[in-house]
Design a protein around this ligand. Sequence first.
Ligand SMILES: O=C(O)[C@@H](O)[C@H](O)[C@H](O)C(=O)CO
Length: 481
Amino acid sequence: MALLDDDFLLKNDMAKKLFNDHAKKMPIIDFHCHLNPEEIYENKNYPNITRIWINEDHYGDHYKWRLMRANGVPEELITGDGDEYEKFMAWAGTIEKAAGNPLYEWTHLELRRFFGINETFNRKTAPAIWEKANKMLQTDAFKPRNLIKNSNVKAVCTTDDPASDLKYHKLLKKEERESGFRTLPAMRPDKLIQLDKPGYGEYLQTLSEVSNVKVTDFDSMIKAVHQRFEYFNEMGGRLSDHSLLTYHFVEASKAELNAIMQKAIKDEDLTPVEIDKYLTGLLENLMKFNKEFDWTMQFHVNSVRDLNKPMYKKLGADTGYDAVGTQPDIALHLQKLYTKMRDTNDVPKSIFYSLNPNDWMELSTMMGAFLEGGVQRMQLGAGWWFNDTAEGMHEQLRIFAQESLLPNFVGMLTDSRSFLSYPRHEYFRRVLCNFYGELVEDGRVPDDEDYLGKIVEDISYNNAYNFFGFFKDATPEKLFN
Ligand SMILES: O=C(O)[C@@H](O)[C@H](O)[C@H](O)C(=O)CO
């Protein structure tokens, strides 16, 4: 089969029919990504393909950065101040070595879908691609909002600190009808979770100012967080997101929580147990507020971050120095947390992503214990980060199908910082359609295109439309009043 042939990843007739006649046409709801709302609002063209593809000022695509480092590219041609054409050529040389890596497919898919460039990308073809792509990047079609709109995206959820004023979400809301999509905040309280990182005390000051609640102890902090839930909810936010590198369920008294906070404010060292006590207290309240506002609570767990300390100091987080976490019992501790919160009926809609696929069976069976109150309130999230591969996606679909009801799954998200990543939804939909096509071939589901077509349309879009409530004021036909 030719590279990215029309039928790539679709290995039988039903898979091809399901993708071409059902999944492909469905809009996208990208409910978790790291796009910058200011960039969406400013809507400026990128000067060249390096800036939209590899790195733009202070951040970019660390998936590419890791591979470039693996290929011996010097840092100035990755995140440094090296020549942007040279960076592009360095990426071309890296891609030549990326056969079998998902970025080989993503890179070529993005060149095809956005630029109409079908050549194989390498150091020989790169110079012409640089010229052609950069000309196209100056057109209206390549303004960020048109890249989103023309990818048939109806909602984008960014990742936002609770103290954010959501200025650009507010401005974008006024223009969403012309934009053709909704830009919504998702609350990511990393700075509250990471009380052992410098700046925790200063952050509580910021939280006090924006919430108008003076944060002096655990209860006042929770009151301030509740005010931010109210504000995010008014702005259309319907998700929170929590990165738990490791986690252990440890209960504590209010006095202990206050003492731990005071130590953190003074930047004093905390023991792992103190951190877990604080996390448990905070997560219990975040679960309560997610349930109160009918939001969906996302957990990104079992990762280990910023392993390369000198490079972390130089470049900061999310720069390609992370790995799969190895806490073997993280699902046990999440079970304990959910068991406790079920006692007071404070279990919200939840999506779990573990960076360690060893957790997926434990998490998906645990979720089966907390499903009351609605359709598939507990979900195993799509293959995340190092699992964002055809095989990782297939394994997540297999486990979800075998341990619960995959036709209720809310589907894929890009988790990206680039406006060119929407073909990841196409990639996922191909894996999904092939998953069901294979079951037809094995005689394990009916050879029924209408039945299976509805399933893949629902997983591609309809389930997310109904599950998150982003368009409560609309109908599927008329999203923006
Ligand atoms: O949400 C996260 O914590 C991760 O997705 C993180 O942002 C990481 O840098 C990433 O983008 C992986 O796709």
